[in-house]
Design a protein around this ligand. Structure first.
Ligand code: ATP
Ligand code: MG
Length: 209
């Protein structure tokens, strides 16, 4: 008998079509670009710009975005600590499947807890979890506030808002960091270009490795 989590009598079903065959078909290597940072730091903007750049050069990607996943798969979850953990656990598993399919999976989530991001990293083959930290100061994010959420959080109308009354744990060893240069935030296009170069240099955008 096989016991796994809450389940018994569970066996792994292998499939004849494997990852490397799919990657050959797509002429790229599957991976996860995990974009983390405060609300308003530009995660979704970068995710979409990156997906567009990859598409233009013939690479298949898919964006998993925090807000969008909360419309469906994660709509039963709120923002208390245990729900945030479960949110990221599920996303990590989905991202793993997407990258195994050969896609460049772009995950855009605040993902405030270091441990949860590291758990997602550990699900993937070495080198194929690329953590991108939007290291944009809180005051800049708060000034942008396109959804008006910081205003509500400051007024105490939203509790447990990351950066205000809930922690954000910075990555210690991220692969790519996005920061202001001389007090100016680089444009989304140049940030996406930085990620494309990283992927290109490590052979994710070509067949064979
Ligand atoms: N590189 C950039 N330079 C200047 N403004 C930017 C940049 N990237 C995003 N913005 C602006 O910042 C705001 C927030 O961006 P975005 O929605 O992508 O943030 P987010 O990190 O996805 O936030 P959330 O976690 O709330 O979804 C938007 O108004 C966007 O136009
Ligand atoms: Mg977003």
């Amino acid at each position: 008998m096989s016991t796994l989590g809450q389940s018994t009598n569970i066996f792994w079903q292998d499939c004849g079509v494997g990852r490397s065959e799919r990657e050959k078909l797509l002429k790229q290597r599957g991976c996860v670009v995990w974009i983390t940072g405060l609300s308003g730091s530009g995660k979704s903007t970068l995710a979409c710009t990156l997906s567009r750049q990859l598409h233009s050069r013939g690479n298949l990607s898919y964006v998993l975005d925090g807000d969008n996943l909360r419309h469906g798969l994660n709509k039963d979850l709120g923002f208390k600590a245990e729900d945030r953990v479960e949110n990221i656990r599920r996303v990590g598993e989905v991202a793993k499947l997407f990258s195994d399919s050969g896609l460049i999976c772009i995950a855009s989530f605040i993902s405030p807890y270091r441990k949860d991001r590291e758990t997602c990293r550990a699900l993937l083959p070495d080198g194929s979890f690329i953590e991108v930290y939007m290291d944009i100061p809180l005051n800049v994010c708060e000034e942008r506030d396109p959804k008006g959420l910081y205003k509500l959080a400051r007024a105490g109308k939203i509790k447990g808002f990351t950066g205000i009354d809930d922690p954000y744990e910075e990555p210690l060893n991220c692969e790519i960091k996005m920061q202001e240069e001389n007090g100016v935030c680089p444009c989304p296009f140049s940030m996406a270009g930085k990620v494309v170069s990283y992927l290109e240099d490590r052979g994710f955008l070509h067949e064979g490795y």
